[in-house]
Design a protein around this ligand. Sequence first.
Ligand code: RTP
Ligand code: MG
Length: 147
Amino acid sequence: MERTFIMVKPDGVQRGLIGEIVSRFERKGFKLAAGKLMIIERDQAERHYAEHAEKPFFGELVDFITSGPVFAMVWEGDDVISLSRLMIGKTKVADALPGTIRGDYAAHTNFNLVHGSDAPESAEREIANMFNDSELLGYTRSIEPWI
Ligand code: RTP
Ligand code: MG
């Protein structure tokens, strides 16, 4: 079973889209393992976006992601990393298709509402950066045989 780090960014929290975004992952059939409203520390944000440290937009990206509460989550499921990225939509809003979260709700690439890990290694790194092991819950859902 694969797991991924999904985060409603500060713009999504401010716009009242936590429920809409969580709902899409629930209805898809993925399993929520952890979730919390939090304000990311600057060093945590710099680690989260370390792959972009040399990019010109890095400072703005860290400023933005630490500017207010985010809703951080861990979701589990088969191929949850790539399927989540499909549901989230392309990074650039001009490429994000209708039916995806960004395609339906985001109007600017810098305010694209939601983050999803892009590979198993980054998922594990990002989860460890935001959650303690004790915050990740294992449980059985009664619906489990059906999805
Ligand atoms: P994220 O990490 O936030 O889920 O987004 P992503 O994988 O789709 O995109 P990524 O390449 O990791 O970029 C991280 C965030 O940086 C901003 N960005 N700006 N100005 C630009 O060309 C540019 N490119 C990326 C976006 O807000 C993107 O979500
Ligand atoms: Mg990324």
